[in-house]
Write a protein of this length. Structure first.
Ligand code: 5RP
Length: 220
């Protein structure tokens, strides 16, 4: 699949999500290239959302450019919908996220939202999660400790060098994990001291997957 074919599928999924947004509501907005198409679609429909809660500095910049007001989550009592992409998704709607490094704020907004729609192109749909390395955001002083703990369970953590999250933390991309039970692994890894956020979104999965394909959009 060429980049432009993938982009066409991402755009299809993003545009399909537009119809799911309650008119005039506050929308939770994720991060990444698929979400960029969503923001473009929102910009083409002024007033479709009243405001947004943003999951990253990068998304805030795009929302600002689209003249969509950005609210602090602390000031929003009712968030009917969150829309975001993913790096990998299973048919159980469990996700791996954090390829763009925004996983912590993404997980907070997903938890706050009544409904979570995930928009992906079909290459992200997998029978089993784990072929995409699992991003884990960690407190910098705990990076080596957590890496050793992960190595001890047979995984291969790789420090995303030169990258600092919006929260000032590091990312470990964890290769070679077998994920037979995503909610259990999410809990287990979240308990390691120094872990901020695990990029598994299984305890709060997506409610709906919109999958862009050559033919159209598949819903799961
Ligand atoms: C960012 C994410 C993104 O949703 C994920 O990386 C997918 O990005 P893209 O839409 O560019 O493929 O989790 O932290």
């Amino acid at each position: 699949m060429t980049p432009s074919q993938a982009d066409a599928k991402k755009r299809r999924a993003a545009e399909a999500a537009l119809a799911q947004i309650p008119a005039g509501s506050v929308l939770g907005v994720g991060t990444g290239s698929t979400v960029r198409f969503l923001i473009e679609a929102l910009a083409a429909h002024p007033g479709r959302v009243r405001a947004a809660v943003s999951s990253s500095n990068a998304t805030t910049a795009l929302l600002d450019a689209a003249a969509i007001p950005v609210l602090d989550l602390n000031d929003v009592a009712d968030l009917p919908l969150y829309i975001d992409g993913a790096d990998q998704a299973s048919r159980a709607r469990h996700l791996i996220k954090g390829g763009g490094g925004a996983l912590t704020r993404e997980k907070i907004i997903a938890a706050a939202a009544a409904r979570f729609i995930c928009i992906i192109d079909e290459s992200k749909l997998a029978d089993a999660l784990g072929t995409f390395p699992l991003p884990i955001e960690v407190i910098p002083m705990a990076r080596a400790l957590i890496a050793r703990r992960l190595q001890a369970r047979g995984a291969r953590p790789v420090w995303r060098q030169g990258f600092v999250t919006d929260n000032g933390n590091d990312i470990l991309d964890v290769h070679g994990l077998s994920i037979p039970d995503a909610p259990a692994l999410e809990c287990e890894l979240a308990c390691l001291a120094g872990v901020v956020t695990v990029g598994l979104f299984a305890r709060r999965p997506a409610d709906l997957l919109l999958v862009g394909t050559d033919q159209g959009v598949m819903t799961i």
